[in-house]
Design a binder for this molecule. Sequence first.
Ligand SMILES: Cc1ncc(C[n+]2csc(CCOP(=O)(O)OP(=O)(O)O)c2C)c(N)n1
Ligand code: SF4
Length: 278
Amino acid sequence: MTEESFSIKKYLRDVPLPFCPGCGAVTVMSEFLKAVHEIGHRNLDKFVFCSGIGCSAWIPSPHFKADSVHTLHGRSIPVATGIKLIRPDVNVVVFGGDGDIVGIGLSHFIHAARRNLDIFVIMVNNMIYGMTGGQVAPTTPFKSKTTTTPYGSFEYPLDAARLAATAGAAYVARWTTAQATELRNSMKKALELEGFRFIEAVSQCPTAFGRRAGFKNAGEMVRWFRDNAISLKEAEKLAEDELAGKIVTGEFVQRQRLTLNKFVYRMIEEARKKVEEI
Ligand SMILES: Cc1ncc(C[n+]2csc(CCOP(=O)(O)OP(=O)(O)O)c2C)c(N)n1
Ligand code: SF4
């Protein structure tokens, strides 16, 4: 069998993409599709995509040639829960921004990880509410200037990867868009695992975050990621104040636990047997 080369066009509808030039969402989109291709898929027929509202939520819908649900802001995980429970045979993948997934949607995120719901969540962490023009997000770096924090944010950012790992996720990793190969390999791994899988892709939003935070362009932001990304091993050796400004990347957890789906279907089977015995 000859290896079919990757062409992103095969996976995308002929609709213009809504992203600004240099937006990191394009890297996340293309690395995901390459990952799907590299593990042997040739279309997206075995997938259902779910997203909320935000720039990052446009990644799958309406662009992927696939079934997708564009839900309300913050509610992609509850909708994905319903889809996965009723259609355990499909791969349910959620795309969303940091505001969508760990701002308004935070409690759904924690509970899906706790329940080990069998879905794959890809969060594009651009550190801002991009689509609405650059308001501070729960992930905005300390002291960063945004439209709602003109003197700099005085809040400490949320660490979504560590939170997912603590809550019980099956697989958690964080990479930046400067680490496209690592991001893709991690996506390939997550696609083939079971349970709640979460990848945080730290990504550049040159328009709503970069300009105000003092970056000249998207390239400068990617270089910032490249120069400040450190591994979990390196991070272990640093004190808290030395970690300021660093982006800790790598695989945070990989564990096996019964998934919510398997548990629910097992219970249904047991209940059925009991009824038949009566
Ligand atoms: C219930 C609700 N509240 C607020 C909004 C307005 N809104 C739309 S997108 C968004 C935030 C987008 O930020 P994020 O999820 O991080 O995605 P990004 O655009 O940065 O990719 C907000 C607040 C909305 N659509 N619905
Ligand atoms: S506003 Fe930011 S996140 Fe939205 S498309 Fe533009 S660069 Fe990307």
